[in-house]
Each structure stands twice: as structure tokens, then as C-alpha cells.
Ligand binder design. Structure first.
Ligand code: COA
Length: 254
């Protein structure tokens, strides 16, 4: 599929979001391909590290809203939830290169990455409430832990975007560089990880994450269940309808 480019060289699988005309928003087909890529990379000894990257101008606008409404994610087996489970349980290192907007799952998938490099144009946002839905990918657990509760509340309740500088200050990303240099930096760091002795590397990642791995999984499943139900409610219908009609939503009485 051309919306998602996969390339494995020097034991690094690079996944590039390549749907720039639609701001790299994700269709169900893209989620299915992403889930499959992580599942195969997990099994494939030739892959030691995964890099995810977008374009210098945009990482991802999150779910493709039109596609999403065509096939709402109402069961745990739909591609978007398969992808979330695959990335959150992936045992090898994941490096992310983020430039421009990272909306919704474009931001929440980063909670499951190990190293994150951002362009100075990166803009993170998790506007789930504004869309009439709830946080996903365990972000309602991980955002308060990583950002502190009140900053997570600004991001998840108000839906306020935050900059690369704010993300760096909160410890959500490793480094800010010019957008033209982000992908190259992510690759250099991925190659450094690929050159490490793999058993200790994987053990170190597991030890850092295992204390709450099952909590992340159950939390994510609960979010997914609620998310699916909220999609059918009037607030989500108004928010998504407004996006497609290019107007402001009206939540009066909702
Ligand atoms: N789903 C479907 N299409 C999307 C999209 C999405 N999430 N995000 C952007 N697009 C489309 C736009 O409809 C537009 O298509 P068109 O050219 O056919 O009209 C095109 O991508 C360009 O988007 P535009 O909004 O004009 O770009 P921008 O640079 O002004 O803004 C964003 C970029 C990402 C800030 C803005 O597009 C946005 O907020 N998108 C919605 C994000 C969102 O709510 N995601 C859902 C999370 S659950």
C-alpha cells in the first residue's frame, strides 16, 4: 500500500506515513497494515528496531474521520484496536520522528514509543472530548503519569494542543531538531539500538514496562469499549459531522 511505506534496511524497519494530502490521517486499511507490520516485525529476527515517521510538515491528523464513520470501531478486533495492541505490546525498541501536527492517535501512539525526536514545528493534540469521544491507546492512564495530572487535564479535557518545547519540558520527547533533520536523527539512533546486544536490550525494555503492562492492556480495552459506544452518541455525531461540513460544532444541550 502506498499510504504506508515499509522498508527494512540494516535491521531497522522504517514505517513512513505517506498520505500527506489528507495530513497522514489513518484509514482502516492503514491501521490493518500497521498492525500487520508490527506483528510481523515482532516475529522477524531480521528486524531489531522499528522507526515510525511522517512527513516534514505533518506526522498524522489521527483517524480519517470520513473512513472512521463508514466503519466505526465497535469491536475489539477492528484494525485500529489491533494496531494499538500491537504497538503497545511490541517488545523491540520503537523510535518516532515527529514533525508538524500529531493529532489524536498521532499523539497517543507516542506513549508506546521508546525514543521520540521532534521537529520544532511539531504540535501535539489529543482533542477526544472536543470530538465527543474519549481518550484511547491507554492515554487516559499514560498521559497523567507522564505529564502530571493538571497538564494532562489541559491536553485531554480542554483538548489544548502543545508545542515541541512543552513536550520536551514535560519529558515526553527526547530532543528537538529542525524538521529536515528529524528522520535522519531517528535513523541514527535506531541504528545505535540495532547494534546493541539484543538480549540485554530487550530485557531492559521489558523491565521498564512490565510493572504496568497488564494495566495498560486492560485500560486500553476499557477505553476502546467506551469509545465505540460514545461514537453513536449525539455529541460525536455533531463533532464529526461538523468536521466533514467544515463548520464549528454546536454542543448546546449536549
Ligand atoms: N480525517 C480526514 N481528513 C482529514 C483529516 C482527518 N482526520 N485531517 C485532515 N484531513 C483532510 C482535510 O479534510 C483536507 O482535505 P481536503 O483537501 O479534501 O479538503 C486535507 O486533509 C487538508 O487538511 P486541512 O485541515 O486543510 O489542513 P491544515 O494544515 O489546515 O490543518 C490539521 C491540519 C491536522 C491541524 C487539521 O487538518 C485537523 O485538525 N484535522 C483533524 C484532526 C482530527 O480531529 N483528528 C481526529 C482525531 S480522533
Amino acid at each position: 500500500m502506498t499510504d504506508l511505506l515499509l522498508d527494512t534496511t540494516e535491521q531497522v524497519l522504517t514505517i513512513t506515513f505517506n498520505r500527506v494530502d489528507k495530513k497522514n490521517s489513518f484509514t482502516a486499511d492503514m491501521y490493518a497494515a500497521l498492525a500487520d507490520a508490527f506483528t510481523q516485525a515482532q516475529r522477524d529476527d531480521a528486524v531489531r528496531v522499528v522507526v515510525i515517521q511522517g512527513h516534514e510538515t505533518v506526522f498524522s491528523a489521527g483517524n480519517d474521520i470520513a473512513d472512521f464513520l463508514k466503519a466505526p470501531p465497535v469491536s475489539p478486533d477492528v484494525p485500529v484496536f489491533r494496531f494499538m495492541r500491537a504497538i503497545s505490546s511490541f517488545t523491540k525498541p520503537i523510535v518516532a520522528a515527529v514533525c508538524g501536527p500529531a493529532v489524536g492517535i498521532g499523539s497517543t501512539m507516542l506513549f508506546h514509543c521508546d525514543l521520540i525526536y521532534a521537529g520544532d514545528n511539531a504540535a501535539f493534540s489529543m482533542p477526544f472530548v472536543n470530538l465527543g469521544v474519549c481518550p484511547e491507546a491507554a492515554s487516559s492512564l499514560l498521559a497523567p503519569q507522564r505529564m502530571g495530572y493538571v497538564r494532562a487535564a489541559e491536553a485531554l479535557l480542554l483538548g489544548d494542543p502543545f508545542s515541541a518545547e512543552a513536550a520536551l519540558e514535560m519529558g515526553l520527547i527526547n530532543r528537538i531538531v529542525p524538521p529536515t533533520e528529524v528522520n535522519a536523527l531517528a535513523r541514527r539512533q535506531a541504528l545505535r539500538l540495532a547494534a546493541k546486544p539484543q538480549q540485554p536490550l530487550l530485557i531492559a525494555k521489558r523491565l521498564m514496562k512490565q510493572a504496568q503492562a497488564s494495566l495498560v492492556a486492560t485500560h486500553m480495552a476499557e477505553e476502546a469499549d467506551i469509545f465505540g459506544r460514545l461514537l453513536a452518541e449525539p455529541a460525536a455525531r455533531e463533532a464529526f459531522g461538523a468536521f466533514l461540513e467544515k463548520r464549528k460544532p454546536n454542543f448546546e444541550n449536549l
